[in-house]
Design a protein around this ligand. Structure first.
Ligand code: MLT
Length: 411
């Protein structure tokens, strides 16, 4: 008899965003006249930068000519893209990251899940609460947890609550943990981390032989020059951190797919015989076996992000979404709601009014304003009573959504 991976049966409900889509579709079918505005999933709406498009068009032409045609590319990504990333994203900020330590992939969502392939089964894993659900669900799928309790917390995971009281930045765990997921600027709360704060984590990780999985998918939204964009801006991080980055949110590649993961060659973890093993070698082996690289066309598009025109256009895109976030923050604050984030991040984290639960506020907003957001409790038990509003939409839709919400929810 063929059997299944029973760990999948432990997963609570559906993945958050498909569950939201299901509820929204049901509402839309019952109310076909409703003009629904979606500020739920953080999916970009504005077109690709011209520089990226032009580079991709050129690459398509190359693929149509025998002399410039490309078959399989390197599983790790083309050297010309890895070099540009190393130079612009890391060396220019004083981070020691070599092009060979950069692995091009089709998304940070995939990489933050796939990275578990190279780690042991018995690691103690810490996540913040609330958290990007992929970190939790992929650990459940890999069999690193027990079942979930009524609040949706999985046995075996260490949850580090992030609340208004700790400025949405988790405190160091009381007990030793092996793997720690950190995401800054944060999804879902929009919180940021200072250098001093990250240094505490790097010091903790080095003292405990732990590894930080640092998700920097939203680093382009940092406008405060004092904030670090990369964990490698912190001394010692090359010995304790893997960093994930993406072209999805800065250059609008959510549908085009391109991201990168940095695994420093100086990073090691233990084998059962006590020896230290280079994680770079394991990730390289994993990617070479299970992945055939991102398409040449898309990598040429990503490379164009680093051209002069690309840099200007990406900055414009990011500023556009940040202006949306500002409008959301200001309008909701003026209506008497308590809001966090949305300054160096594209997400605004809202305290639900009148003590409504996250899902009750979701339903109310959908039914009365025809606006979709994301219930905070979908990101973890400590997200209950909060709601995430994404700044990824057109200006017209953001203005209209804020008008509808402030009319209905003025407190
Ligand atoms: C989100 O809305 O949290 C993001 O779009 C998820 C993602 O980037 O995968």
């Amino acid at each position: 008899m063929t059997t299944i991976n029973e760990n999948y049966l432990k997963l609570k409900a559906g993945y958050l965003f498909p569950e939201i889509a299901r509820r929204v579709n049901a509402f839309a079918q019952a109310n076909p006249e409703a003009q629904i505005i979606k500020l739920g999933i953080g999916d970009v709406t504005e077109p690709l930068p011209d520089a990226c498009r032009a580079a991709m068009v050129l690459a398509v032409e190359e693929m149509g000519d025998r002399s410039t045609f490309k078959g399989y590319g390197p599983e790790q990504g083309y050297a010309w893209l890895r070099e540009k990333i190393a130079q612009h994203d890391f060396k220019a900020r004083g981070c020691e990251v070599d092009a060979e330590e950069i692995f091009i992939s089709d998304g940070s969502k995939c990489d933050t899940g796939n990275i578990l392939d190279i780690f042991g089964k018995d690691n103690k894993i810490a996540v913040t609460d609330p958290v990007y659900p992929v970190y939790v669900d992929t650990n459940v799928m890999a069999g690193h947890t027990g079942p979930a309790n009524d609040k949706g917390e999985y046995e075996g995971l260490v949850y580090l609550p992030v609340t208004a009281e700790n400025n949405f930045t988790a405190e160091l765990p009381g007990d030793r943990v092996d793997l720690i997921y950190l995401c800054f600027p944060n999804n879902p709360t929009g919180a940021t981390a200072t250098k001093e704060y990250l240094k505490n984590w790097v010091d903790y990780a080095r003292a405990n032989g732990s590894i930080i999985l640092f998700d920097a998918a939203y680093e382009a939204f940092i406008t405060d020059p004092s904030l670090p964009h990369s964990i490698y801006e912190i001394e010692g991080a090359r010995n304790c951190a893997i960093e994930f980055r993406s072209f999805s949110k800065n250059a609008g590649f959510t549908g085009t797919r391109c991201a990168l993961t940095v695994v420093p060659k100086t990073l090691t973890a233990k084998a059962s015989d006590g020896s230290d093993v280079e994680l770079w070698k394991l990730w390289n082996r994993r990617q070479s076996t299970k992945f055939n690289g991102v398409s040449y066309i898309v990598q040429r598009g990503a490379e164009a992000v680093y051209s002069e025109a690309g840099q200007t256009q990406v900055k414009e895109l990011v500023s556009f979404y940040l202006e949306n976030a500002k409008i959301i923050r200001e309008k909701l604050t003026a209506a008497g709601l308590t809001v966090y984030g949305g300054v160096n991040a594209p997400y605004v984290w809202v305290k639900t009014p009148s003590g409504l639960s996250s899902w009750d506020f979701f339903d109310k907003l959908l039914q009365t304003c025809h606006v979709v957001g994301t219930p905070g409790s979908g990101f973890g038990a400590a997200g209950e009573g909060y709601f995430r509003i994404s700044a990824f939409n057109s200006r017209e839709n953001v203005d209209e959504a804020m008008k509808r919400i402030t009319e209905k929810f003025k407190v």
